[in-house]
Design a protein around this ligand. Structure first.
Ligand code: ZN
Length: 248
């Protein structure tokens, strides 16, 4: 599978052809053959919103896990809220992507306190009760524990790995041939994690170019944000100066 929007749309088409029902973390048991599509939004809500547009066009739903404690985006900014709204308008569900390393956590109670706190903030932003959480870079310890968080489903619960075939493109690497597995239809339950960050419309970028492009765009975005706060920015530093600097 290529890391393009078109390949992703093809994957959805193939899943449909193989009669997988597109489900979420609660509805997956309702049909005989189902797939949970899941996205971790590690870097860019904009990219996630674009991805949700593909899903809307294909008439399917998925779950987007959003970080609250990242330095890459701020869920409280209007821009971020608009992207989250766009994802929801496109039919996407929003879950909490939780990074336990952002806190000084020693006990289960402390973990729960921090996690419930973030879930509540996310509920306020989405207007919908946060019903599912995925851990950002979960520790081996966490993965082995099969933790429960009250009414909030843990997407790393054993159920979603033992009862379902789990496939992931983490670090831009499918460890197994996802197209082949869908085509064979051997597994009646699929749980697929896709990071929109690696995908582009119309063409594919390798890891180096994806990373370079992201750094380039982030720098220009910083410039633009600075310009919104500092009216004479262009007189001091031209946008073209930054572009030349980055391209050089
Ligand atoms: Zn993550």
């Amino acid at each position: 599978m290529k890391f393009t929007y078109e390949s992703y749309a093809d994957m959805i088409k193939h899943l449909g052809n193989m009669e997988y029902q597109f489900a979420d973390y609660r509805s997956w048991k309702d049909s005989e053959k189902s797939v949970i599509l899941r996205h971790d939004v590690d870097y860019s809500l904009q990219k996630a919103a674009e991805f949700s547009g593909i899903e809307r066009e294909m008439g399917v739903q998925s779950t987007y896990f959003v970080l609250l404690s990242t330095n890459f985006y701020n869920v409280h900014s209007l821009k971020s809220k608009n992207y989250i709204r766009q994802i929801m308008d496109n039919g996407g569900k929003i879950g909490l992507h939780f990074d336990e390393t952002q806190y000084d956590i020693h006990t289960e109670e402390e973990l729960e306190k921090c996690l419930y706190g973030e879930a509540e903030i996310l509920s306020d932003i989405t207007g919908v009760e946060t019903g599912v959480v995925s851990m950002h870079r979960p520790s081996e310890k966490f993965l082995s524990e099969n933790r429960k968080f009250g009414h909030i489903i843990n997407s790393y619960g054993k159920l979603y790995f033992n009862e379902m075939k789990y496939l992931s493109d983490s670090r831009r690497n499918w460890r197994e041939n996802v197209d082949e597995i869908i085509r064979q239809g051997t597994y009646w339950r699929l749980h697929i994690l896709i990071h929109p960050f690696w995908y582009f419309a119309g063409y594919e970028r390798d890891m180096k170019h994806t990373l370079k492009g992201a750094i380039f765009n982030a720098s220009l975005q910083y410039y633009d944000e600075l310009g919104d706060n500092f009216s004479n920015l262009g007189e001091e530093v031209g946008r073209d100066e930054i572009e030349i600097l980055l391209k050089g």
